[in-house]
Design a protein around this ligand. Structure first.
Ligand code: A3P
Ligand code: MG
Length: 357
């Protein structure tokens, strides 16, 4: 008797849902205005964020109607702005996977504009320690998206607070796992020119990468972190935004570790995927304020993908990220992701520089 791999259906639906949403975001990305809704805001949002959230929640509700969803956006702003809402509806109703079989698995299109708004608002779960909870960031790294850089469509499944499935679609990263670590996308941000990668992991089953191609149901390739023995040759990545991670502390940490390569600054969970496939080694996220709480949708998929690729992920105190305390990582502070063999050493220096020991 053959037994299906654990979470195989969840993985397949998550991958297809992320692929379909990524198509929508790419359409917005290639529009020079990029659909910005609130440009001056410290955390901007675009029509792509709302549209991608509606499409993914539609697929989740069709397949897993009992599951909770913790997603970044809510529809309030659209309910009071009919023009904005109909602009998003135009995108949502005209975005589908090429494969009708795959589209069928996702339950097909969203019925109408009002249903679209209701779907967006189904992402309002409080999260928590019990049951099945999906975390969704329709466009992670919105600032990167607006700058024409890296961004990611991120979906993960928590069961009783533990990450079981993680899927991160990075439309502007190269498919090639051996491509050098860079946030630069040049002028060709499309699948056809070899860009667009989908990272996935299932707990206990390893991590994979595959092209972010339309409705492709093929298996991925196993990925793993680069074994490093000499930290001097390591490369580390961090946020582009200095407000999201303390870049002067990370430079001091790198210097103390003997790392000579300059940091690679990249938006979104593309950082987790990049180190998981060995394009880089270490991801540091160092708090810039005591009051900011990291959001679970910004880390759940990346945390599992890095750990399944042979890495360790903790906060600056050395604790595992706790996704079971609500919509935020309220009991954690910062993120240190590195290959297992060197994580303790990196953490030690982080704690020294941050005055935590
Ligand atoms: N002060 C802060 N410290 C850390 N992260 C922050 C922050 N303010 C916003 N963020 C989060 O940083 C995410 C982007 O991460 P990165 O800097 O790695 O690209 C944002 O996701 P969105 O772009 O989805 O809003 C947002 O959730
Ligand atoms: Mg985000």
């Amino acid at each position: 008797m053959s037994t299906a791999a654990p979470y195989s259906r969840e993985l397949q639906i998550a991958q297809l849902a992320v692929q379909r949403a990524a198509i929508l975001t790419k359409r917005v990305f290639h529009d020079s205005a990029k659909g910005t809704v609130s440009k001056s805001d410290a955390s901007p949002v675009t029509i792509g964020d709302f549209g991608a959230q509606a499409l993914i929640i539609s697929a989740l509700k069709h397949n897993f109607p009992q599951d909770q969803i913790v997603a970044e956006e809510e529809a309030a702003a659209l309910r009071s702005d009919g023009a904005l809402s109909s602009q998003i509806w135009d995108l949502v109703k005209s975005t589908s996977l090429e494969s009708s079989e795959a589209e069928g698995l996702l339950g097909g299109s969203v019925p109408d504009e009002s249903a679209m708004l209701d779907l967006i608002d189904l992402g309002n779960s409080a999260g928590g320690r019990s049951g099945r909870v999906w975390t969704l960031d329709p466009i992670d790294g919105t600032k990167g998206f607006l700058r024409g850089g890296q961004y990611a469509v991120c979906l993960a499944l928590l069961e009783d607070g533990d990450v079981k499935v993680g899927v991160i679609g990075c439309p502007n990263l190269p498919v090639d796992d051996s491509a050098p670590l860079t946030a630069d996308i040049g002028s060709n941000a499309t699948d056809a020119t070899g860009r667009g990668v989908l990272f996935s992991a299932v707990k206990g089953e390893g991590a994979t990468s595959r092209p972010l191609t339309v409705g492709d149901l093929a298996d991925g390739k196993k990925i793993s972190m680069k074994p490093i023995t000499d930290l001097a040759s390591a490369s580390f990545c961090e946020s582009v935004e200095a407000g999201h991670s303390n870049q002067s502390e990370s430079a001091q940490i790198a210097q103390k570790l003997g790392i000579t390569n300059p940091s690679v600054r990249m938006d979104s969970q593309a950082k987790y995927g990049s180190i998981a496939r060995g394009a880089g080694d270490i991801y540091l996220r160092l708090p810039t304020s005591k009051s900011y709480q990291e959001k679970i949708w910004d880390h759940a998929g990346g945390d599992l993908i890095v750990r399944e690729a042979g890495g360790e992920v903790t906060d600056t105190k050395g604790n595992r990220l706790d996704f079971g305390v609500g919509r935020t990582l309220a009991s954690n502070s910062g993120v240190i992701a590195a290959p297992k063999a060197v994580h303790a050493k990196v953490l030690d220096v982080v704690q020294e520089v941050l005055g935590l020991k």
